[in-house]
Design a protein around this ligand. Structure first.
Ligand SMILES: *Cc1c(COP(=O)(O)O)cnc(C)c1O
Length: 367
C-alpha cells in the first residue's frame, strides 16, 4: 500500500543528518528541532499556531478538552471514518452523535448534520476523508448559526486546499476553530514513529491546548487544569522537517497516480472512481474505489495472488461497532455509510508508484 523505503532513499542524506543532529545535541524532547518544524509547518499551512503533539488521536482529544465541554454534551461526527474521531468523544464522557456521509465524496453530509443538531450539540468534527476536504463553507455557516465549534480531523488531508465562494483558499485543518493532523508513518506527511499536530488561529485556545498537552501546566509545577502528556519528540520532528519541503511534490505524485487510476476506471460500470468536490483539491491519502456488482473478497484474493495489496477503509461504520453500540442507532439508519462499508476498496497509493506498477495494478483489477 505504501513504499516508505524508496521514499527514504531519495532524501536519506537530509533525514540522517537531522536525526544525527538530535543525537549529537541530546535534546530529545522539546528540542530546537521541534520548534523549527513547528515554525516551518506554520508557514506551510498558514495556521497562526501549530502545536506538535504525540499523535493524531491525542490532537483530537486535546482539541476537544480545550472546549471545556461537560458530560452529555453532543459532538457530531460522520459514521464512516477511522474510529479515533469518535473514540476521543466517548473517552471524554461526551456523546458522539453520528451522521451519514455523501455517496460521491464519502465525506460528512451537511444536510445530515443540520438534522442532527439539538440544544445539547456543542461541536462538529468533520473528517477530510481520504485526503479531500469536507464541504466546509456550508458547514461553517451552520456552525456559526448554532454557535458550535468545528474541530477538523485533517489526519488524512494535510496540504489539501478548499476554495471559498469569495475565491479565498484555506488548507485542511485551518478552517475550523481547531484542526488536527497525524504524522503516522503512512500518512501523507509521515514520520518514523508516532506524531501529530494541532492547528488554530486563536491565541487563547493555542495557549490552553499547549498547556493541556503538557500536564495542564503553564508555570512549571503549577497545574491550572487537568492535562495529558503528549509531545512530538525531536527525532520525529527532524524526520518531518526533512520531508516537509517535499510535501507538495509528494502530493503531486499521489495526484498523478490518482489520475492514472481515474483514466483506467472512468468508463467501467463496476469500479466507480472517487467523487470530487469541486471546491477542494484531493491529496489522495487513499485512492478508494466503490465496487458495483463485484465480489470484493474474490477480487482481493485475486489481487493478493498477483502481489497487489488492497485494503478496506472502513469495513464497519461507527454506529455498527461493538464498542459504540447505542440504543439510538441500528443497522439501516445510515444507508450511505453502510453501503460504502460494503463496497469500498482502496488501491496502493504512495509517492513512488510508476506507470509500470500502475498498469500492472489496473490491468489486474479490470481483468
Ligand atoms: C490516522 C487517523 C487518526 C489518528 O491518528 P494517529 O496519529 O494514528 O493517532 C485520526 N483520524 C483519522 C481520520 C485518521 O486517518
Amino acid at each position: 500500500m505504501v513504499d516508505l523505503q524508496t521514499q527514504y532513499q531519495h532524501i536519506k542524506a537530509d533525514i540522517d543528518r537531522g536525526i544525527q543532529e538530535v543525537i549529537d545535541t541530546a535534546s530529545f524532547v522539546k528540542g530546537g528541532k521541534v520548534t523549527e518544524f513547528q515554525q516551518h509547518l506554520e508557514a506551510y499551512t498558514g495556521a497562526k499556531h501549530v502545536i506538535p503533539v504525540g499523535n493524531g488521536t491525542d490532537a483530537l482529544q486535546i482539541a476537544l478538552m480545550s472546549l471545556g465541554l461537560k458530560a452529555g454534551d453532543e459532538v457530531i461526527t460522520p459514521t464512516f471514518t477511522f474510529i479515533a474521531t469518535a473514540e476521543v468523544v466517548a473517552l471524554l464522557g461526551l456523546t458522539p452523535v453520528v451522521v451519514d456521509v455523501d455517496w460521491e465524496t464519502m465525506n460528512m453530509s451537511v444536510e445530515a448534520v443540520k438534522k442532527a443538531i439539538t440544544p445539547k450539540t456543542k461541536a462538529i468534527v468533520p473528517v477530510h476523508l481520504f485526503g479531500q476536504c469536507a464541504d466546509m463553507e456550508p458547514l461553517m455557516a451552520l456552525a456559526k448559526e448554532h454557535g458550535l465549534a468545528i474541530i477538523e480531523d485533517a489526519c488524512q488531508a494535510i496540504g489539501a486546499e478548499y476554495t471559498f465562494s469569495d475565491g479565498s483558499k484555506k488548507q485542511a485543518g485551518t478552517m475550523g476553530e481547531i484542526g488536527c493532523t497525524s504524522f503516522f508513518p503512512s500518512k501523507n506527511l509521515g514520520c518514523y514513529g508516532d506524531g501529530g499536530a494541532i492547528f488554530t488561529n486563536d491565541d487563547a485556545l493555542a495557549a490552553k491546548m499547549r498547556a493541556i498537552a503538557n500536564h495542564g501546566m503553564v508555570v512549571r509545577y503549577h497545574h491550572d487544569m487537568v492535562g495529558v502528556n503528549s509531545r512530538l519528540d525531536s527525532i520525529q520532528a527532524a524526520v518531518l522537517d526533512a520531508k516537509l519541503p517535499h510535501l507538495d511534490e509528494y502530493i503531486a505524485s499521489r495526484q498523478r497516480a490518482a489520475a492514472y487510476y481515474d483514466e483506467a476506471f472512468k468508463d467501467s460500470e463496476h469500479f466507480m472512481i472517487p467523487g470530487r468536490l469541486e471546491k477542494s483539491t484531493h491529496v489522495f491519502h487513499q485512492y478508494t474505489l466503490r465496487l458495483v456488482d463485484v465480489d470484493r473478497e474474490a477480487l482481493r484474493a485475486r489481487l493478493q495472488e498477483a502481489g497487489i495489496p488492497a485494503m478496506i477503509y472502513y469495513p464497519v461504520p461507527l454506529h455498527m461497532q461493538k464498542a459504540y453500540q447505542d440504543p439510538r442507532y441500528k443497522k439501516g439508519d445510515f444507508p450511505v455509510a453502510e453501503k460504502l462499508a460494503e463496497s469500498v476498496l482502496s488501491l496502493p497509493m504512495h509517492t513512488e508508484l510508476d506507470d509500470e506498477q500502475l498498469a500492472y495494478i489496473t490491468s489486474h483489477v479490470l481483468a
